[in-house]
Design a binder for this molecule. Structure first.
Ligand code: CS2
Length: 459
């Protein structure tokens, strides 16, 4: 017997809350994190989310027929807990540009959240919008000729939406980034501001005055959905969910923003509202994400394919501990909090039921390493030390770019891949580092260290 499909009409199912949040990038991470926190707010009945897909439209295809409802599978080390999440009130493909403009014209829409990955911001080396990119140029041209025509980039969609809001007189709102980027609020303000200024300085001034670009640190390990997850939900819950979301028990969200048009009672749902996210963001980005990248590139050279397998290997775990020893000295949170986070990370990584794929984490390394490993490396070099943990991560990346371990999926790594193919290891390391950080490529002692680590990984 096939279980019935999820929908909101069956008895006991939550009704769709009115849309007051728009989300760009409605993938698994958003559904394990922001949508889940919003569903747990005391005023959840008043805060529905309209989600737009990111690069892939499959979430809209799967979630549309089930009215945005989905099952969260919380994978504890000893068993699963299931939760039906009802905060996603509508799901649209990214191409449904008219729907995006329509939402942003509504005064009651108060927050636009983003999980568009590091790549979605289209930043150049200086952190500003890369206006030279073809897709940015194409969006600018579209915006100039027809304010309602569909644009494709994240900055383009935000600028179009905010222009529609301004024209409708719908007032201020908050744009809240939930991506793993340092100072993600300022990063979003920069790329949106740059595109708006190129289009219309009046719009850019209005955005600067009215729009609150809030910052956040998000944390919950969320692997991709498998066919087994779909089967498990059908067997255990009695409904067919085409897109359940597996995740871990741990979750953390630290947010700084003004929220001039309001927000859900996230604090009551466990979200920390603070003045400055930076200490939390550095702790998470450097400890969790940095060691994730280290394992994705270096532990995959030892044949591992998942985080739990990698961290169970004493050699790979030793690399992680060494890297953490380097990173912790540069964090500003109290030492006991850092130690507790570090200890919890070992348990989180060791959870054998999450099965987080190294190949998934390895994607887009050129953008991730720049904000995870490079800042710790620089801080260590400034302190006069040669960081072995950081260099293992970077040597692992060179090996990975040379075609070993898990496959390379990084549209921005052409130059790095070409450099990595040099026959001479020192030339390969130097060339790869030059694509990431000129100062590190020019640092002879550090290059020597990465070459030595590459040698060790190759052997
Ligand atoms: C991971 C993150 O894929 C990656 O790059 O490091 O998705 C990580 O699992 C999350 O940031 C955890 O909060």
């Amino acid at each position: 017997m096939t279980a019935p499909r999820l929908d909101r009409d069956a008895p006991g199912r939550p009704t769709a809350p009115p849309v007051r949040i728009v989300h760009l990038g409605v993938g698994n991470f958003h559904r394990a994190h922001q949508a889940w926190y919003t569903a747990h707010a005391a005023d959840a009945d008043g805060w529905g989310i309209a989600g737009f897909t990111g690069r892939r439209p499959d979430a809209a295809e799967a979630l549309g027929p089930q009215d945005g409802l989905y099952t969260l599978i919380v994978r504890g080390p000893d068993g699963d807990a299931f939760e039906l999440v009802g905060s996603l009130a509508a799901v649209h493909p990214a191409a449904d540009h008219a729907a995006l403009l329509d939402y942003l014209r509504r005064p009651e829409v108060a927050v636009v959240t983003l999980t568009v990955t590091e790549a979605g911001y289209l930043r150049g080396a200086d952190g500003r919008l890369d206006l030279e990119r073809a897709e940015v140029q194409a969006d600018l041209e579209t915006l100039r000729t027809d304010a309602g025509a569909a644009v494709t980039t994240v900055p383009g969609r935000l600028v179009a939406g905010l222009a529609a809001r301004r024209a409708a007189g719908a007032g201020p709102l908050t744009v809240l980034s939930c991506d793993n980027l340092p100072e993600n609020g300022a990063a979003t303000a920069a790329v949106v501001g740059d595109l708006a200024r190129a289009l219309d300085p009046g719009l850019a001034d209005w955005i600067a005055a009215e729009i609150d670009f809030a910052t956040s640190m998000v944390d919950r390990i969320t692997p991709a959905t498998t066919a087994e997850d779909v089967d498990l939900v059908a067997r255990s819950q009695g409904w067919t969910d085409a897109a359940p979301v597996p995740t871990e028990p741990f979750a953390e969200w630290v947010v700084a923003g003004r929220f001039p048009a309001g927000r859900p009672d996230w604090a009551g749902a466990g979200v920390a509202l603070v003045d400055d996210v930076t200490p939390y963001e550095q702790r998470k980005l450097w400890l969790l994400n940095g060691s994730h990248s280290l394992l994705a590139y270096a532990a995959s050279q030892r044949g591992h394919r998942t985080i739990d397998a990698a961290i169970a290997d004493p050699v790979a775990r030793g690399w992680v501990e060494t890297y953490w020893d380097e990173a912790v000295g540069h964090l500003s949170l109290p030492g006991d909090q850092v130690s507790a986070y570090r200890a919890a990370l070992l348990d989180r990584f060791g959870n054998p039921r999450v099965r987080h794929q190294l190949a998934q984490i390895a994607a887009d390394g050129s953008l991730k390493l720049a904000v995870r490993i490079v800042p710790v490396t620089r801080a260590e070099r400034a302190a006069g030390r040669l960081p072995t943990g950081c260099s293992t991560a970077l040597a692992g990346w060179v090996r990975h770019l040379q075609g070993h371990g898990v496959p390379v999926t990084d549209p921005n790594a052409d130059r790095a891949q070409e450099a990595a193919s040099a026959a001479d290891p020192r030339a390969a390391v130097h060339g790869v580092l030059a694509t990431l950080a000129d100062d590190l490529a020019a640092d002879e002692a550090f290059v020597d260290l990465v070459v030595a680590r590459l040698d060790a990984l190759t052997a």
